[in-house]
Every structure is written in C-alpha cells, then in structure tokens.
Design a binder for this molecule. Structure first.
Ligand SMILES: *Cc1c(COP(=O)(O)O)cnc(C)c1O
Length: 385
C-alpha cells in the first residue's frame, strides 16, 4: 500500500539520535534547547517551546492565554480533534465556524457574522484556533483585524504548515497571531518521532508555556525563601504537567529540521504534477493564492458534484483496493460521538459537510518515487475518467 504520508529518516538522523543515547543526558536538555533555538531562527520568532506533542503545545497555549471555565473557544470543524480538545482540557466551551469552499480553512466572513451575533449576546470567544489545513495558510491578516476588533486571541494550529509562508513570512513567525503550534509527529513535514513546538513573540506566554509543560515549576534558580533553605530550592507555582520533549526526540528533530526546506520542495513538486495531470478530471485540486505558499502536508482533492459514475465512497474504496492508501482529513469534529453529545447540528456547517462527502487525500511525501507517483496518477485517471 502506498500511504498518504510517510517520514523520511536517513543515516544522519540515526547518528544524531545515537549521539544522544551515548551522552549523559537523555531527556530535556541541551539538544531540546538547540531545537528550540534553531526553529525560532528558522521561522523568525522570539520564542520557541518544544514539548512532547502538538496536542500538549495546544493545551499549553490555551493555559498561557488564560482560557478557563466558562470561556468560549472557536475553531474549524475540519481538523484533527486535538484542535478543539485543547480548549475542553481547560474547561472552556467549544464552537465551530464553517470553512470556505476554496481553501477548506475557516471562513473569515462566517467568522465575522458569528462574532456579530455573539457580541449581541455577550458570548464572544476568548480565542479562535485557526488550522492551516493541508499546509495552506489561512488569510491571517483578515483574522488579525477581526481579533483586534472583537478582542480574541489567535492560536494557529500549524501542524500541517511547517515550511509554509504567508505574505513572505514563515508560518510560525506569529506576525498575526499570539501563539503558533507545530506537530513533529512522523507523518508531518518533519519529525522528532513524537513532538511539538509552540512559537510566540510574547515573553509572558513563553514563560507560562514552559512552566506548564514542566509540572508548573519555575525553572529559574531560586534563593530559598527561608534562612534554612539552600540551593535545592524551587517552586511549583501552578498545576502543571509533564509534557517535556526528550533530547532523544529533539536530536531527531534538529537533524530533520535541516531538511525541512528540501522536504517541502519535494512535496510541492509532487503537488504541481498532480495538479497538472488532474486538470481535465471531475475533481477540484488545491488552489494556492499568490500571497502565500503551502507546506503541502496533504494533497486534498474534492470530487465534483457532477461526477456521477461512482460515489465518493466508491472512489475512495476503489483507490484503496488498488493499493493507494488514500485518507480523509478530516471527519468534521462535531460528527464524533463525544462532540455530538454537545448538540452540534451538521446542517449548520454546509461547506464542511459537502467537503466531507467529496474530499480525498492522495499520497504526498518526499520519498514517493516517480514510479509510485505515476501509478497514483494513472489509477486516479482510470477511475475518474
Ligand atoms: C497532527 C495534528 C495534531 C496533533 O499533533 P500531535 O503532535 O500528534 O499531538 C493537531 N492538529 C492537527 C491539525 C494535526 O494534524
């Protein structure tokens, strides 16, 4: 089966991890700091905080922004459940804003309409979590304008968007957001095995996130509060978690980070070939506006309504039967039983619903061979022609 995505680990990566295994420190230490420093420099941001997953980073981001019981957090239905679970961890309530047809990202117009309604009822969200689905950046400037007007925080879930740019700035620079989160899960654009990085330009958020991912303990060297207290002294100042990244993982992350640009170029090459080859078929290929570039974590096509030969499900199962590990990103979050009990009505999200009935993620990853790529193209063509 040709999967929809796959990591690419070479001997440099292996050596980097082995070096840590032979060293004195296995968990969070110098190598994790190196990953943070390099990543911050790469995306052009002041602070980068590494943790054991993007999910942990999203939780830490919500805590750092003071999200708590009674607050509202809004996000897109078309994401992995972690994008909304993070708000629930904090006791907040979650709501969704439908996506726009072209980008499959949260729709700024629908967000504005929802904000106008929410303002009347005094239930404005404390934060909106934007997801750059497939790696295509949301129109961040428009969201920033809305956040200034309606006073909510912006968290970017950039799990798909490592290596993407918006208005010539790297995603992660937080030019238009408060905190941006990346996933280093193996299927993402670069990996540490498991891992996540949160970026921010705000020193307080950085400090809060660091503390929260390490038991709520202050890292700084303290002088004991009492005469009898010596250099052993430290303080837990809030309830935190153990969300630390290990240096073993960080070593893989550092080594992979040096290849991120080449990984993303390879993904972009594959995307371009797909788009050219599929131009005559009854499907919609991704369209990237000229003011941004995609991280191409996913290549998502949507079957046209006028295609009647097979149903969406038939096309999907047919591709899998022929050895192409297509996937669907994502089942709209409100459709999961856990969320359905909160009373969401699918009919309120018509664009997400139509996406769910037409989307297919095709294989895209740096080690996809020409032969495999050709096989995918020919198979898709044979089914959709
Ligand atoms: C992968 C992913 C996550 C979760 O990342 P982990 O590092 O596995 O916690 C969150 N949001 C989106 C959009 C993702 O694709």
């Amino acid at each position: 089966m040709i999967p929809y995505g796959k990591h690419l680990v070479d001997h440099h990566d292996v050596e980097a991890v082995v070096d840590v295994l032979k060293s004195n420190y296995l968990t969070q230490g110098q190598v994790t700091t190196e990953l943070e420093t390099r990543f911050a420099a790469k995306v052009g941001v002041r602070h980068a905080i590494a943790a054991n997953s993007a999910t942990s980073c999203l939780h830490a981001a919500c805590v750092a922004l003071g999200i708590q019981d009674g607050d509202w957090v809004w996000t897109t239905p078309l994401s992995f459940v972690a994008s909304s679970n993070c708000a629930l961890y904090c006791g907040a309530r979650i709501d969704f804003v439908d996506v726009e047809r072209g980008s499959n990202n949260i729709c700024p117009k629908k967000l504005e309409e929802k904000l106008i309604e929410a303002e009347k009822k005094s239930v404005l969200p404390k934060a909106v979590i934007l997801v750059h689905l497939s790696g295509l950046p949301c129109d961040l400037r428009e969201f920033r304008e809305l956040s200034d007007k309606y006073n909510f925080f912006i968290i970017e879930d950039a799990s798909h968007a490592a290596g993407a740019t918006y208005l010539n700035q790297k995603i992660g620079s937080c030019e238009f957001s408060d905190i941006c989160v990346f996933s280093l899960h193996p299927v993402k654009n670069f990996t540490s095995g498991e891992g996540g990085i949160a970026t921010t330009n705000n020193p307080n958020y950085a400090k809060e996130m660091r503390r929260m991912i390490c038991h709520g303990i202050e890292r700084e060297n303290f002088i004991g509060k009492n005469d009898f207290e010596g250099s052993w002294y430290y303080e837990q100042v809030q309830l935190g978690y153990n969300y630390r990244l290990s240096d073993i993982h960080a070593a893989l992350g550092v080594s992979q980070l040096s290849k991120l640009d080449s990984f993303v170029s390879k993904r972009a090459e594959i995307a371009e070939i797909y788009t050219t080859e599929f131009s005559e078929l009854c499907l919609t290929s991704p369209n990237i506006p000229s003011d941004r570039t995609s991280g191409w974590h996913l290549y998502i096509v949507k079957l046209d309504k006028k295609f009647k030969k097979f149903s969406h499900k038939e096309v999907f199962e047919n591709l899998r039967a022929q050895g192409i590990g297509v996937n669907l990103h994502y089942i709209p979050i409100y459709r999961h039983p856990f969320y359905a009990t909160m009373g969401f009505q699918p009919s309120k999200f018509p664009v997400s619903e139509s996406y769910y009935r037409s989307a297919i993620s095709l294989p895209i990853y740096p080690s996809l061979s020409e032969k495999q790529l050709d096989f995918v193209i020919q198979t898709v063509k044979s089914i959709l022609r």
